[in-house]
Write a protein that binds this ligand. Structure first.
Ligand code: NAG
Ligand code: NAG
Ligand code: NAG
Ligand code: NAG
Ligand code: NAG
Ligand code: NAG
Ligand code: NAG
Ligand code: NAG
Ligand code: NAG
Ligand code: NAG
Ligand code: NAG
Ligand code: NAG
Ligand code: CU
Length: 682
């Protein structure tokens, strides 16, 4: 019944479609005569009890490893066989798992991008799926993470490093490298946290069985390479003695049945220790920083050491010295650290960005010079909210490395958009303006919307790319149906009927005048160059609901959003505060050497303009990387010449015949019995 995908793809038929500079970059890069080498990983995914910050919880591990590392050389075929060995009844906000290769453009391999129900159906318990594609990506720092439901929050992520091919120059001189994977850690599993977000926000719509909306709160700790201490922000200098925390962690919820005090490592708490980054005096280190968290925008500082940014989201930047690094969700920075201070111990701190999520716990590690005693640093730790955020001056100073702008000086191994000869932005052909709002649906549910469409995650019977490919009229037909049906305010996650999927074309037609749950697409052809201007003003105020008449969510909170786009890197042309005005703000945009990235911040009360080249047939998501906002609908899709994409691999997982999540277990009573009512208003 499900498998109506017409064409089949032979296993390793992977085209080289993006342009990797070998000598000079031409439109038709010849395929290598010898087949590329294969880098193989088995990913046996299971549930384990771990206590990364001293509190035990269930997490997803790969071959028993927490935050498993993947390394691959540019040009190799990456083959990852994922076995879903989760217990069938382990609570996931999805019918299975999938893996996204964050920052990879996946040019020519859209089926392996890993977005549940968009590129593939999730891999169900007991099943396996092989991701196999050639890594035609810029050498640099990436990460992999789950992308079906909310499994990423359950620690289902790890670093993903692309090494340069032999002979390619490194972006900078250094002696050794280190990975610094940052994450925020909740004591509860993702499922109960997530389902509290799905209940009616409007108290008039709360029923006996629905329970009321509840915010997930700030995470309980911050982990550095999977290590942290709950309550670290209240540590006395030079000791393990806790003082009253300044980050309010004592107010945080602890799941019932779990100890409320497990302060230090024990045999029961493997992994509960502080991360040490060991260095040798005099050496230079390339530190690959990754923010894989779900909520917190971090400021990372190495006490007494400045660092120099050399790459942002894998692509080399002009070297930029900074005292601390502001790294938002989904972003990566490669920085150089010179171990040139007196050899002893120094704090590494990852603090929640001031004025974004105050009261959030920071995370601390130790920069330990070789031969320094294994004591903690003697300085007091930096406190949350003590470090100023980057100014716009710093944000704008992150620019593409000069050598990448000129076809004559592009280093070997650089990956360019298709048909481009340097990283200078091409002229645009299309513009998309997006307003971010936080409306209430008529159901009383609170959502995040782009131009008044909150994209729901209701599972389909076929992945959307398969639907677009096998039925060219799919999008326009569905758009027409839903435009004439303004009752399509479906209860986002509970309604599963595929024929109710609402699609809105972004073809210039006006945004719906009232908020809807649907799916927003912008159809593109290969070669289009699109400017996306996203406006983040008054998102939470009553204006978030375009129906007027005072039915909005009436929230005054306003916050930044870390957006990420799949299938492309893009030029970040500019950021600003206030309302973007094309006639006055356009001149402030950087068309010369903007950073070429895949993750960017839309600041509070501000705007950001990006430009991308649609050089990758498929369907690609643009979304907020705050996992909770993603769940609440903050996403849209670009559909680029889907008929030109490769046909689906024949072993692509199939969706359940019900096309429904298995929500059976998540009644308020079930959630309460398993996780208690504390933190959940049921
Ligand atoms: C995966 O892990 C489980 C539990 O550790 C083990 O029983 C199983 O044999 C493993 N499967 C594979 C394919 O490695
Ligand atoms: C992987 O899945 C295929 C079916 O897609 C099945 O034939 C094979 O036995 C599975 N492998 C393992 C180790 O479970
Ligand atoms: C809901 O609760 C009210 C008051 O407790 C009760 O009268 C009513 O029967 C309940 N409705 C359902 C459907 O359980
Ligand atoms: C901790 O939370 C309480 C209650 O929300 C608040 O009054 C207090 O100011 C907070 N403390 C800090 C240091 O943020
Ligand atoms: C860091 O060093 C301290 C002191 O030697 C040690 O107790 C701790 O286990 C180390 N942390 C890790 C993650 O190995
Ligand atoms: C770090 O940079 C700041 C600002 O430029 C400077 O004042 C300070 O001396 C630098 N510190 C070191 C250790 O280089
Ligand atoms: C942090 O935010 C608070 C509240 O907005 C503000 O008072 C304080 O000055 C900020 N601190 C820094 C270092 O920017
Ligand atoms: C891009 O736009 C500029 C300014 O409008 C124009 O001078 C230039 O010729 C354009 N380039 C291309 C390739 O169309
Ligand atoms: C965004 O909001 C502004 C101000 O309310 C409005 O003028 C504009 O038309 C909106 N844009 C879109 C694309 O809906
Ligand atoms: C639905 O559309 C009709 C006709 O355009 C309009 O009269 C009605 O008010 C709309 N309903 C809602 C809930 O907006
Ligand atoms: C929002 O405020 C308006 C005007 O004060 C009020 O009429 C409306 O009921 C409020 N909506 C909610 C969901 O609280
Ligand atoms: C690249 O150039 C070829 C040949 O001119 C053209 O067919 C193709 O559409 C171009 N692709 C992109 C992404 O610009
Ligand atoms: Cu967001």
């Amino acid at each position: 019944m499900i498998n109506i995908i017409p064409r089949q793809l032979d296993a390793v038929a992977v085209a080289i479609v993006s342009c990797i500079v070998i000598a000079t970059c031409s439109a038709a890069t010849p395929a290598p005569t010898l087949g590329p080498a294969t880098t193989h990983y088995d990913f046996n995914v299971s549930v384990a009890q771990r206590a990364p910050d001293c509190f035990e919880k269930g997490v997803l591990v790969v071959n028993g490893e927490f935050n498993k590392l993947i390394e691959v050389v540019q040009g190799n075929v990456l083959e990852v066989v994922v076995y879903n060995n989760l217990p069938v009844d382990w609570p996931l906000v999805s019918e299975g798992i999938s893996i996204h290769w964050h920052g990879f453009s996946m040019n020519g391999a859209p089926w392996y991008d890993g977005v549940g129900y968009l590129a593939q159906c999730p891999i169900k318990a007991g099943a396996n799926f092989t991701y196999r594609f050639q890594v035609n990506e810029e050498p640099g720092t990436y990460f992999w993470h789950g992308h079906a439901g909310m499994e990423k929050v359950d620690s289902f992520f790890g670093p993903l490093i692309v090494h340069s091919p032999p002979g390619a120059p490194a972006p900078a001189q250094y002696d050794e490298e280190r990975i610094l994977l940052l994450s925020d850690n909740y004591h509860a599993e993702s499922a109960p946290l997530t389902f509290a977000l799905n209940r009616p926000f409007d108290s008039n719509k709360v029923t006996n069985t629905s329970g009321a909306w509840d915010w997930v709160g700030v995470p309980q700790s911050t982990l550095l390479n999977g290590h942290g201490f709950y309550g670290d922000c209240g540590l006395l200098a030079g000791s393990n003695t806790a003082i009253p925390p300044k980050c309010n962690v004592s107010l945080q919820w602890v799941p019932p049945g779990r100890s409320s005090v497990q302060p230090f490592a024990s045999p029961k708490n493997p992994g509960c220790s502080r991360y040490n980054m060991t260095v040798e005096a005099g050496k230079r280190y390339r530190i690959r920083m990754i923010n894989a968290g779900s909520l917190l925008f971090y400021t990372v500082c190495f006490d007494k050491h400045n660092v120099t940014i050399i790459a942002a989201d894998a692509y080399p930047t002009n070297p930029l010295p900074v005292t601390c690094v502001d790294i938002n969700l989904g972003q990566r920075y490669d920085v150089l650290l010179h171990a040139n201070q007196p050899p002893r111990n120094y704090w590494i701190s990852a603090l929640a960005q001031n004025a974004t999520r105050t009261g959030s716990p920071g995370g601390y590690g130790v920069l330990r010079y070789a031969d320094a005693p294994s004591a903690l640093p003697s300085e007091p730790i930096m406190q949350p909210e003590s470090i100023p955020a980057w100014t716009f001056g710093v944000v704008h100073a992150i620019t593409t490395l000069d050598a990448l702008l000129n076809p004559q000086t592009i280093p070997l191994g650089t990956v360019l958009p298709k048909n481009e000869s340097s990283l200078r932005p091409p002229n645009r052909t299309h513009v998309l303006n997006v307003n971010l709002t936080q409306p209430l649906l008529p159901s009383g549910q609170l959502r995040w919307a782009l131009n008044n469409v909150a994209t729901y995650g209701t599972p389909t019977c076929l992945p959307t790319l398969g639907q677009l490919q096998s039925d060219p009229s799919f999008m326009s037909r569905m758009a027409r149906e839903t435009r004439s049906d303004n009752s399509t305010n479906v209860d986002m996650m509970q309604s599963g009927s595929a024929d109710r999927v609402a699609l809105y074309l972004d073809d210039g037609s006006p945004a719906p005048s009232y908020p809807v749950a649907g799916q927003r697409f912008m159809p593109l052809r290969t070669g289009d160059v699109v400017d996306v201007g996203i406006q983040n003003m008054a998102a939470n105020a009553n204006g978030g609901d375009y129906r007027g008449g005072g039915v909005g969510a009436n929230r005054t909170a306003q916050e930044q959003h870390p957006f990420h786009m799949h299938g492309h890197h893009f030029w970040v042309l500019g950021y600003g505060l206030g309302s973007f005005n094309a006639s006055t703000n356009s001149s402030s945009l950087n068309y010369i050497n903007p950073a070429f990235r895949d993750s960017f911040t839309i600041f509070k009360n501000g705007w950001t303009v990006i430009r991308f080249k649609a050089d990758n047939p498929g369907v690609w998501i643009l979304h907020c990387h705050t996992d909770w906002h993603l769940f609440m609908g903050q996403k849209m899709y670009f559909s680029t010449s889907p008929e030109a994409a490769a046909p689906p691999p024949k072993d692509l997982p199939q969706c359940s015949s019900s096309c429904m999540y298995n929500f059976g277990a998540f009644t308020p009573n079930f959630v309460q019995s398993r996780w208690g009512s504390s933190g959940f208003s049921v």
